[in-house]
Design a protein around this ligand. Structure first.
Ligand code: MN
Length: 291
């Protein structure tokens, strides 16, 4: 199942869409089946937490709607309310090599790998969908793209074992972990508004037979920048989930951006990033200046 959140000129904001081939079927009516919430709302995304129960209603609502081209709507982040966005620093060996070699990336620092750094957090308020685009801040500094497989947690948990980890995955998306280079902590440089892009939709885990062997790439305008396969990850997906949950409880809708391969590079206002992951889909993300 491919699910997106979108804005439509006629229907309004925050519609739920089911994507079949290149067509979008409105399934917003299925949201009426969500249990009501009262304050304080629980951690995590309410739709993801109830997705298994809602699936028949989503299919049914889609069957009753007239499809439109996906390109005719504004795609937002398919996860609306994650309790956290987790990032994986230096989780591909060849990205480690380029970071060590490029002083614009390392700024004179000794760059190590994920074994040393562990994980980091990106602000939830940085999350956008592909059609909302990236608004660059600090135009005098280098702003880089990082394309990554994004894992979306379904059933939450703490101290999840590697053997049990895949059972906790709800879905996959393309993630862009945008970064301004500088000396500040990662959480600040990668937590800027619009610097976490998720899309074009979520693909439920049952559709991805082996997320550990997925080709992916990103182009900026017509230039191929990054091209790799998730088999090159240093910490693979089960290890990332086990490691993260050894520190913090994971909740439905939590997003793990699994790390980026070699080929990170700068973007400037006016660029368009085109990202693709085999079996997940592709998305185009425009870059503009914040002001
Ligand atoms: Mn990253």
């Amino acid at each position: 199942m491919r699910l997106c959140r979108y804005t439509d000129n006629q229907l309004g904001e925050d519609q739920l869409g089911l994507v079949r081939d290149d067509l979008l079927f409105d399934a917003t009516a299925a949201l009426e089946n969500l249990p009501p919430l009262t304050w304080p709302i629980p951690h995590g995304d309410h739709l993801i937490a109830n997705l298994d129960v809602l699936r028949p209603a989503i299919e049914h609502a889609a069957d009753d709607s007239h499809p439109v081209p996906v390109s005719s709507v504004v795609l937002k982040s398919p996860v609306a309310n994650p309790s956290k966005i987790i990032g994986a620093p230096v989780n591909y060996h060849k990205h480690h090599e380029e970071a060590v070699a490029d002083q614009e990336i390392n700024l004179g620092r000794d760059v190590k790998t994920i074994d040393t750094y562990g994980l980091f957090m990106k602000a939830n308020s940085s999350l956008v969908g592909p059609d909302e685009g990236v608004a660059l801040r600090f135009a005098d500094r280098r702003n880089d793209h990082e394309v990554e497989l994004a894992v979306i947690i379904g059933e939450g948990g703490s101290d999840i074992t590697e053997a049990d980890a895949m059972r906790h995955i709800c879905a996959y998306s393309i993630g862009l972990d945008m970064t301004v280079r500088g000396t500040e902590d990662r959480s600040l440089r990668k937590g800027i508004d619009t610097y976490s892009v998720l899309g074009p939709w979520l693909v439920t885990a049952d559709e991805i037979a082996d997320p550990g062997h997925l080709d992916f790439e990103i182009r900026v305008n017509d230039e191929l920048r990054q091209k790799s396969n998730t088999e090159q990850l240093i910490f693979d997906i089960p290890r990332l989930i086990a490691y993260a949950s050894s520190f913090m409880t994971l909740y439905p809708g939590d997003i793990i951006m699994t790390g980026t391969p070699e080929g990170v590079g700068p973007v400037v206002p006016g660029d368009v990033m085109h990202a693709w992951i085999d079996g997940v889909g592709e998305m185009s993300v425009p870059v503009r200046a914040h002001k």
